[in-house]
Structure formats: structure tokens, C-alpha cells
Design a protein around this ligand. Structure first.
Ligand code: PLP
Length: 380
């Protein structure tokens, strides 16, 4: 059986290092808000070319805390509208609702599955204060256009990067290769760009051994509030400045992430190489392949194809020992949790949810396994 995602195999190479780290952390006797977290926050901020990184409990909390932070700073208020893609994973929408903001759903582009910038403007009202962009399946949304719309309308941009660790807009924008002049220009761009929420759920491109999350931002004031909010709204022990929560990335998870972060680019490149093979070698007119411009803007958290009779294709693949998953079977507006939205119509979102199927893709999938998936799909 080719499993959809073999987490055990993904973490196997780290086993000895994990065990040593466990021992170190155990013997340090310091398990929350310590040196491992500080090290990770510094490394992950640098990796993302962001000024600040705040480690938190999970990806959902990362989103919620960003909104709470902006509320504390007076940049958002309860009842404000937040533009969000209609076909995101439900966490994005739940995070907006959690802080009494109002999600306004916008259709995606069928080709990229990401929010369609052409449809944002018409959804903007005097109450609209932010756009929550989701880089779905690991591919960056059209940030240049979205940032422009946001600037023109004075909107905050928040990025749900839970599926896109290591995706960069400009191919030259990866850490090591930036010439100095470029660096200056990029840092100006970055200054105004969005605050990002990450998840380190085990199955994400950078995953820990439990729940974990982080926020990166260049906004100094926001960062200051967030460091406090995640720890009961307290910077100095027993002095509480904000109505905070308990959402901290613990020392052990931070330690594991410190061991895995150096391999993230490598892992993403392996995913891209598999995606390239799928894109060039799968030849079947019953199957719609995902769009990718072959830049570093995609880290293939998922490789998502579309087909009209999805259940038949999934059954065929199962019979051929290939495990697939549907991301996601029901769009947020059709979920029982949101009866007030159930009659809304988002045809592109609904088409996507009816037709998508995710093929196995991960850094530990072998060439033979990829070949087998391609062969079986071409015979369908
Ligand atoms: C995984 C995910 C989240 C939530 O992350 P958790 O760590 O599971 O809370 C949010 N948004 C998207 C798009 C995700 O894929």
C-alpha cells in the first residue's frame, strides 16, 4: 500500500536526535517558555525574513491571536468584516468567528484554488477591515494584487500560511541568495506585507510531534502584544496587561522543530520534484492537474487533482493500493455548523469540493512509488 502520508517514515531520520533532545530538555527541568523556544523563534523569523516570531499552541490559535492582537491595538473591532476564501479549511473561518469578526466569503480561482483577487473589491463594504488570505495546498495566493487592493482600501492583510511553510513569492527571495541591493527593496516590501499564521500539526510541511504553531510579523507593536497575549496577557509574571490566553509552543515541540527546520527547504524541493513528475507524466483527459508556474511559490503541501467522478477514481486507486484523501469533502458554507450559510451559493467552491482528490506526496515518497501512481493513473 502506498500510504497517503507516512508520518512515521518522515520522522524516522530524526529518531536519535529527538531522543537526545528529549533527554536534554528533561534534564534541564524547564519545559515552557525557555531556550528551545527562543532559539526556534529566532530561526523561524529569520527563515521567513520576518522581524518577529511568536511560538503558540497551534495554527488555529496563531490566527485567533493575530486577530486579538489587532483588536487590542484598536485596528480591528468586533463586528468588522474579514474577507476570506470560501474554499479554505474551516479553521480560517472559525478563527474569524472566535473573536466576533464577520467572515465574508469570496470565490477562488478554479485553476489555483486560491482566492480570486478580481472578486474581492465587490465584497468590500465600509465595515471591511481585513483580508485573511489562505495559501491553500501550499501555493501562495496572488499577494501582489491582494496587497494592492488592501492598500487602496486600507485593509489589514493576514496570511494563513498553515500549508505553505517555505513558499516564497520571488525565487530570489530565499534566504541565502539575496544580493544586497535586492535585500533592501525586499525588506521594504516585507515591511508592509502581512502577518502570517503557521501550524506545525504533524502532517504539515514542517510538523512537530503534537500540536504547535507560530506567528511571524514585521509589526513591532503587534509582536509585543502577541508575546503577552499567548501567555495570559502577561509579560511580567503575575502582572496582566491584556485579557490573554494560554497558547504557548512548549520546549519539547520547539526542540523537535529546531531539529527539523534546517531540512525544510530540502523536503519542499523533494515535494516539488514529485509534483514536476506528476505534472509532466500524468496524461489522462479524465484528470485535471493543478496549475503551477514552476517558481518557489508552491511547496506542494498537497497535490490536488480534479475529476468528475471522484468516488470512482478514488475506489480505483484504493484497489490498486494507492491511498488518497479528499481536501475537503464539504465546503465551509455547507457545513452543519453554519446553518445560516447553507443556502448560499458558491459554484466554484462547490465544484472544487465535489471534484478534488489529493494524491500521495511527501519527502519520503520514493521514485518507484511516484512511477507507480503515475502508471496506475494513466491506465484509468
Ligand atoms: C492546519 C490548518 C490550520 C490549523 O492548524 P492547527 O495547528 O491544526 O490548529 C489552519 N488553516 C489551515 C489552512 C490549515 O491547513
Amino acid at each position: 500500500m502506498i500510504s497517503f502520508l507516512d508520518l512515521k517514515k518522515i520522522n524516522e531520520p530524526y529518531e536519535t536526535a529527538f531522543q537526545e533532545k528529549l533527554k536534554t530538555v528533561l534534564h534541564n527541568g524547564w519545559y515552557i517558555l525557555g531556550k528551545e523556544l527562543e532559539t526556534f523563534e529566532k530561526a523561524f523569523a529569520e527563515y521567513n525574513q520576518a522581524k518577529y516570531c511568536i511560538g503558540v499552541g497551534n495554527g488555529f490559535d496563531a490566527l485567533v491571536l493575530i486577530f486579538k492582537g489587532y483588536i487590542e491595538l484598536g485596528k480591528l473591532q468586533k463586528g468588522d468584516e474579514v474577507i476570506v476564501p470560501a474554499n479554505t479549511y474551516i479553521a480560517s473561518i472559525l478563527a474569524i468567528l472566535q473573536v466576533d469578526l464577520v467572515p465574508v466569503l469570496v470565490e477562488p480561482k478554479l485553476e489555483t484554488y486560491n482566492i480570486n483577487p478580481d472578486l474581492i473589491q465587490e465584497k468590500i463594504t465600509p465595515k471591511t477591515k481585513a483580508i485573511l488570505v489562505v495559501h491553500l495546498y501550499g501555493q501562495l495566493a496572488e499577494m501582489e494584487r491582494i496587497n494592492k487592493i488592501a492598500n487602496q482600501n486600507n485593509l489589514l492583510v493576514i496570511e494563513d500560511a498553515a500549508q505553505s511553510h517555505g513558499a516564497f513569492e520571488n525565487p530570489n527571495n530565499s534566504k541565502s541568495q539575496i544580493p544586497n541591493a535586492m535585500n533592501v527593496i525586499l525588506s521594504e516590501v516585507e515591511e508592509s506585507s502581512g502577518t502570517k499564521a503557521f501550524s506545525f500539526y504533524p502532517g504539515k510541511n514542517l510538523g512537530c510531534l503534537g500540536d504547535g504553531g507560530a506567528i511571524t510579523t514585521n509589526d513591532k507593536e503587534l509582536a509585543k502584544v502577541l508575546f503577552s497575549l499567548r501567555n495570559y496577557g502577561s509579560e511580567k509574571k503575575y502582572y496582566n496587561e491584556y485579557v490573554g490566553v494560554n497558547s504557548r509552543l512548549d520546549e519539547l515541540q520547539a526542540a523537535f522543530l529546531n531539529l527539523k527546520l534546517p531540512n525544510l527547504d530540502n523536503d519542499n524541493n523533494k515535494r516539488r520534484a514529485i509534483a514536476k513528475r506528476y505534472l509532466s507524466e500524468i496524461k489522462n483527459n479524465k484528470i485535471e492537474l493543478p496549475f503551477w508556474g514552476f517558481s518557489e511559490n508552491h511547496v506542494f503541501h498537497l497535490f490536488v487533482i480534479r475529476t468528475e467522478n471522484r468516488e470512482a477514481l478514488q475506489e480505483y486507486l484504493t484497489q490498486n493500493n494507492i491511498q488518497t484523501v479528499i481536501h475537503y469533502p464539504i465546503p465551509p458554507h455547507k457545513q452543519k455548523a453554519f446553518p445560516e450559510w447553507n443556502n448560499l451559493s458558491f459554484p466554484i467552491t462547490e465544484k472544487i469540493h465535489n471534484e478534488v482528490l489529493s494524491l500521495p506526496i511527501s519527502p519520503v515518497l520514493t521514485e518507484e512509488e511516484v512511477s507507480f501512481v503515475i502508471e496506475i493513473l494513466n491506465r484509468y
